[in-house]
Write a protein that binds this ligand. Sequence first.
Ligand SMILES: Cc1cc2nc3c(=O)[nH]c(=O)nc-3n(C[C@H](O)[C@H](O)[C@H](O)COP(=O)(O)OP(=O)(O)OC[C@H]3O[C@@H](n4cnc5c(N)ncnc54)[C@H](O)[C@@H]3O)c2cc1C
Length: 389
Amino acid sequence: VSYYDEPLVDDLLKPDEVELRRTIRAVVAAEVAPLADVTHRGRPTSPRAFAALRSYCGLLLPQSYGGTGSSTVAYALAVEEIARGCASTSLTFVTQTHAAYPILLKGTEEQRYRYLPGLANGTLLGALAITEPDAGSDAASLRTRAQRDGDTYVLDGSKTFITTGDRADVIVLFATVDRSRGRDGVTAFLLPGDAPGLDRSRTIEKLGMHGSSTATLHLDGVRLPASARLGDEGSAWALSMATVVKSRISAAAQGLGIAASAYAISMRWAAGHGLLRGSNHQAVQFRLSDLRTRIQSARLQLHAVARSVDFGGRDHTADVAMAKTTCTDLGFHAANTAMDLHGMAGTLDGCGVERLLRDVVVTQIYDGTNEIQRLLVARDAADRLDVNP
Ligand SMILES: Cc1cc2nc3c(=O)[nH]c(=O)nc-3n(C[C@H](O)[C@H](O)[C@H](O)COP(=O)(O)OP(=O)(O)OC[C@H]3O[C@@H](n4cnc5c(N)ncnc54)[C@H](O)[C@@H]3O)c2cc1C
């Protein structure tokens, strides 16, 4: 029996999902969590922990492309387990899916067979490059230009904060074929990591997720064949909206994993100090009860959204936005609570608590900041009111 499983949540899982969680949990316990501190220090990345998880990178891909065709709930469970053991490694792990998913959605058969099996088994590393120095939340204002030249495109511009960008074998890169067209000009390309004219030598030092590399990309006259275009010209904005449904589930599951880890650490700390029972210690018990309650609620919310996404048939943007905000804000609250309970000891390098707090902050920022998620939820609510006043 562990601190982080909830019977109510487990009642709603399918047997294969529980089995996958058991398998991933065993791998994480044996080969990922023990390296979490080394991974955290091993900037920009420590490939050993990721290597143990390579064969699970294709959870959301069909078997025909080397994946396992697992449910989105199974994926969320796997990401939560990995993040609980090592958030940095979970970021490298989910980035494989973030690169593979747009290829699955819009790739030609040739593009899919070329990249998806390798991304699914981790022999190829992937990255998704949207953000630019002047285009973060407002991704449609990106400036990286793709100019058609006969049977080729010539790409110029810069990308920043690209996870695994320094090492990826294939980068799903968003550029514009015509900036005046706004969203309708945004076009995706499959950029090989060794393309001439691509400089990705600069990695970024950041607050947390130290074991996951974050790179700046400079493209100076990078020439790609037209066959490297992913989907039609101008179709990539819609593609990014379809991809964030999965990538925001990744971020939510990471926030939840960090929350579960903070809760487990806090429970152990309270048990070690004899605070789990007895009316003298209710202040601590109440904080832990609140954490447990919120983790259970968040997990139910995330699994419900993930299940509904697999049912398909409607737009899940607002549901996913709510789950991402709930889970990552909870991750921050839980890590902060663990820090509070541990006092000075929580700030010590290597104690685990300060790492959780560092790692969780970025989950609130990437895949659309939590303010942007709130905007999406507000817009959806307003739209519903218009339809059904
Ligand atoms: C560790 C890490 C890994 C990342 N990996 C990737 C990756 O692999 N690929 C990739 O493309 N990007 C990646 N990113 C970038 C990430 O997606 C962006 O940081 C994010 O979209 C926010 O953009 P920004 O940092 O430019 O913030 P800004 O857009 O400049 O926002 C700054 C602040 O203003 C707020 N704000 C902005 N617009 C509004 C608005 N309209 N209304 C209300 N508030 C607003 C934001 O919420 C935020 O608080 C990564 C970032 C981090 C930290």
